[in-house]
Design a binder for this molecule. Structure first.
Ligand SMILES: *[C@@H]1O[C@H](CO)[C@@H](O)[C@H](O)[C@H]1NC(C)=O
Ligand SMILES: *[C@@H]1O[C@H](CO)[C@@H](O)[C@H](O)[C@H]1NC(C)=O
Length: 322
């Protein structure tokens, strides 16, 4: 047989100095333009990142943030101001807050709203396993919740949804206004459709969720099936890195360069006890997705490297032709 005999015709590139130099040169001329195009796309993305976990704590509690976040009798409301074209920050009279980030470009709809958590290990071995995918889909019809340790059951009934991941559901909330008018936040379709259709049950209701004494995070409306609890679905697609963003919603209006956006948020979620940071991110998108300068720079770097190598080969070859 031709194959076992290794008699098949094969392509044997002849590595003459000229082909090597030409190949590297060609690679350089492919990578650099690709890099420039991706960098350009990334530059059209306007992104605002506002870290709020510290400034949303009133001065008098800054030394004991955990006490503040755990005290249910204190209001967790907080306002943030995002002004688009203003070069210097200035104090704006109202509640606890100071502005903001500077952006000179208008933002085109859709504007994606994310929350970002830093120093949050959703990939921790015990955490990431503490769920029951069968239960998420079948509810009480599936009663083996041993994988959900240590949040399995209450009053001899499985908790739906069980497990640490669900229990620690993120529960800060945001609303936005521009001047006197509210900006509508579209919170539909933030989760993957495949997750909603195939992983979370249409007839599974979180009837006894977050009923215990120790509340880990957000509550769920017991009248809405899991397949429609999009915040939960987004949360349960766990992040691989300790710093991650999750989609909260979309604003379907353009924002102008001189708009002042007021963010009213509920600073509920306790990241203080483990030193996690919380950020609100507003971002437009390009064909590339969100902001990603790395891809562009990496391509340009590789391209330049190839050209450099070809030049070195060329010089060596000229100096010492075989
Ligand atoms: C699950 O439920 C069925 C019927 O309710 C019961 O017979 C069975 O013992 C339960 N299994 C476990 C592990 O609790
Ligand atoms: C939000 O989650 C925290 C835990 O991170 C919890 O203490 C608090 O009660 C929750 N608040 C609401 C309104 O769900």
């Amino acid at each position: 047989m031709a194959f076992t005999q290794q008699n098949l015709p094969a392509c044997k590139p002849v590595l003459t100095p000229a082909t090597v130099i030409a190949t590297f040169l060609l690679m350089g001329f492919v990578f650099i333009p690709v890099g420039l195009v991706t960098l350009r796309a990334s530059n059209t993305v306007v992104e605002i990142v506002d870290r709020y976990d510290i400034e949303c704590i009133p001065e008098e509690y800054r030394s004991n943030k955990v006490a503040y976040i755990k005290d249910d009798s204190i209001s967790k409301n907080c306002s943030r101001f995002i002004k688009m074209d203003f070069m210097e920050s200035r104090a704006i009279p109202e509640s606890t807050t100071v502005p903001f980030k500077v952006v000179l470009k208008p933002m085109r709809a859709p504007i994606y709203i994310y929350y970002q958590l830093d120093n949050y290990y959703q990939n921790h071995r015990r955490y990431v396993k503490s769920r029951s995918d069968q239960q998420l889909l079948h509810g009480l019809g599936y009663n083996d919740t041993s994988s959900c340790k240590p949040v399995e059951s209450s009053d001899d009934q499985p908790i739906v949804p069980c497990g640490l991941i669900a229990w620690s559901l993120f529960n800060d909330s945001y609303s936005f206004s521009r001047g006197p008018s509210k900006l509508k936040v579209n919170r539909k379709n933030i989760a993957w459709k495949s997750d909603r259709d195939h992983k979370f049950g249409k007839h599974v209701y979180p009837f006894n969720f977050q009923n215990g004494t120790l509340i880990g995070g957000g509550k769920l409306d017991p009248h809405i099936p899991l397949s429609d609890q999009e915040d939960l679905i987004v949360w349960m697609r766990t992040a691989a890195l300790p710093s991650f963003r999750k989609l909260y919603g979309k604003i379907d209006e353009d924002l102008d360069a001189d708009d002042v956006i007021v963010v009213r948020l509920m600073n509920n979620y306790n990241t203080y006890s483990f030193g996690g940071k919380k950020k609100l991110v507003l971002s437009t998108s390009s064909w590339l997705g969100g902001k990603n300068d790395f891809l562009g720079f990496a391509n340009i770097f590789v391209g330049s490297f190839c050209i450099l190598i070809s030049i070195i080969f060329l010089l060596l070859h000229m100096k010492n032709p075989r």
